[in-house]
Design a binder for this molecule. Structure first.
Ligand code: TXE
Length: 534
């Protein structure tokens, strides 16, 4: 990979993918050190789980202050190590995670409050049930490089608010941003070993899974997700998997086409298309295809591309040579299959000088590329591209649009564009994806209050929202009998009287009807009397 070079077995050097400048060096953590980190984390957990929500909130809010004090410095680091524009690092990583932090700092206590459960007719027997939520223990976080700050930090905050300790293994492409997260918690005064960052490549990630944390939160490819799920099963470690996407955008001919075109350009090209929820396929109704394509091409032409630290840059470098090669391969596939490249379709040729790491290519800027005449039969319409490409296909009817959108192994997000909200809602509910927007695109990962996760091969489990918080706790059912003076009718020994009562339970009590259950009372008393005599 070009933006990271392993100088030896023990060290990783991180480079700026736009300039080739070295960002920093981190160690390749050994398996023994990973195990030791997890053991230290477990000790930290035993202390942290006894803290109050107020104490946890105080730590998270202090970490927010550290981030706000260093906002520009952090944004420049994210931009330098991942290639994304500086402004985008603030808009799409720092701002959303600051919002997530305040939300869970303030709301986790209420979301995890013990709650009574309606136990139906059992309550008439003087019992009640409540659920209390316990933390899990050590949470291992293995993120990808595309949102190297907001994804692991958001998951860390949620895990801490639930009472867990955390070990983060950042991507080998963005290890310095990963270390920054550890630094933020240190500056915020976090107890020792509560948040640890262990750097390294996939081997370090595998060692973390093997060290049997109590939960793995993974973001990355389907292939690695499967490996992690298999390895985690050895210890019955549960995993949340945030995997790939091939997210469709459906534009009906009654949509606001100006808005839809701008949304498509942002949804496909922000972060150089390296978002799991990027628009990877656009389906437009035939009547609007010409106009929408024209608008998209015009808007694409206006985008300025270059090193991400300048404020007027919209499209930065891709994060790695491997990712750029994948885009080249997919664009070539579109060409070969007869689709038309309307704009872009190649590595940017002008003005950008990068000192390529040994063996690396000259530049990692791929032009934002709009393609028409795409069909679902083309390979590049089926595999995740993860790059700045926007292939456009057409449809005739609502049913056809839904069928084309669902014709994928993935199901992370989707968007539907129409002025008819009823149609938008109807179509949205038929799309097989974890989040579907009507007249919006891509950004809902930024709403930490809402669940995030995929259908089909896009993942398992949820991050964010109340559902995501529930992934980080184990519910305990407490059942109390406040009328503990009589035996239960179903206790031993059994007898013909007992069997008669059980039949009554099946036919009356289990109906859920108080009236029908009342007719069981004489039989119930006979059975209880029988038990009391024994
Ligand atoms: O992901 P990997 P990569 C897709 C995208 C991209 C492809 C590969 O299509 O081209 O995945 O990206 C760690 N046990 N997405 O190579 O390999 C690894 O060190 C434990 C989509 O970055 O899945 C890194 O920290 N950990 C996705 C993390 O897993 C292991 C975002 C992700 O690496 C491991 C990123 C192992 N055996 C890529 N092997 C999205 N949709 O958001 C590797 N890792």
């Amino acid at each position: 990979m070009a933006s990271v070079i392993q100088t030896n077995e023990k060290q990783i050097v991180s480079y700026n993918p736009a300039t080739g400048d070295e960002i920093g060096r981190v160690q390749q953590t050994s398996d023994n050190d990973v195990r030791a980190a997890v053991a230290r984390s477990r000790d930290a957990f035993h202390m942290w789980k006894t803290t109050s929500f107020a104490q946890r909130r105080a730590l998270v809010m202090k970490a927010r202050v550290v981030i706000l004090n260093e906002l520009d410095e952090i944004a420049h680091l994210i931009s330098a190590e991942s290639g994304k524009p500086f402004g985008e690092a603030i808009a799409m990583e720092i701002a959303p995670v600051l919002d997530l932090m305040q939300h869970f700092a303030k709301k986790a206590e209420r979301l995890l409050k013990p709650r009574r459960v309606n136990i139906g007719l059992y309550a008439t027997m003087g019992r009640y049930s409540k659920i209390v939520y316990h933390p899990l223990g050590v949470v291992g976080i293995i993120p990808a490089w595309n949102y190297p700050f907001s994804i692991p930090l958001g998951e860390t905050v949620m895990a801490l608010m639930a009472g867990n300790s955390v070990v983060i293994k950042p991507s080998e492409l963005t290890p310095v941003v990963g270390e920054k997260i550890g630094d933020i918690f240190e500056k915020a005064g976090a107890p020792a070993n509560l948040v640890q960052v262990i750097t390294g490549d996939g081997r370090t990630g595998a060692a973390l899974v093997d060290a049997a944390p109590d939960k793995i939160m993974f973001t990355g490819s389907v292939a690695t997700g499967k490996k992690i799920a298999a390895a985690a099963s050895k210890n019955l470690t549960s995993v949340v998997l945030e995997l790939g996407g091939k997210d469709p955008m459906i534009v009906f001919d009654d949509a606001n086409l100006q808005l839809a075109a701008s949304a498509a350009v942002w949804g496909a090209f922000c972060n150089s298309g390296q978002s799991c929820s990027s628009v990877e396929r656009l389906y437009v109704q035939e009547g609007a295809a010409k106009q929408l394509t024209k608008l998209i091409v015009e808007k694409t032409r206006e985008l300025k591309q270059g090193a991400g630290d300048a404020e007027d840059i919209s499209i930065g470098a891709m994060s790695s040579e491997r990712q750029l090669r994948m885009v080249e391969d997919h664009v070539e596939d579109f060409r070969r299959a007869g689709a038309k490249i309307e704009i872009g379709g190649k590595v940017l040729s002008t003005g950008l000088s990068r000192k390529p790491p040994e063996g690396g290519i000259q530049n990692l800027f791929y032009e934002p590329t709009v393609i028409t005449g795409a069909t679902n039969e083309m390979r590049a319409m089926r595999e995740e591209t993860f790059g700045p490409t926007l292939p456009i296909a057409t449809f005739k009817t609502e049913d056809e649009a839904i069928r084309l959108a669902n014709d994928s192994e993935f199901g992370l997000t989707a968007s539907v564009w129409t002025r008819d909200y009823e149609k938008g809602r109807r179509v949205a509910e038929q799309i097989e994806a974890g989040s579907v927007c009507v007249n919006e695109v891509l950004y809902t990962h930024g709403i930490g209050q809402t669940p995030w996760g995929g259908f089909k091969n896009s993942g398992r489990g949820r991050t964010h929202g109340a559902e995501g918080l529930m992934e980080l706790v184990q519910p305990q059912h407490i059942h109390i009998n406040r009328f503990a003076i009589l035996p239960d009718a179903w206790w031993l020994p059994y007898s013909p009287e007992a069997v008669k009562t059980f039949r009554g339970f099946a036919t009356k009590f289990a109906s859920g009807s108080l009236l029908r259950t009342a007719t069981l009372m004489p039989q119930l008393f006979r059975r209880i009397r029988e038990l009391l005599k024994k």
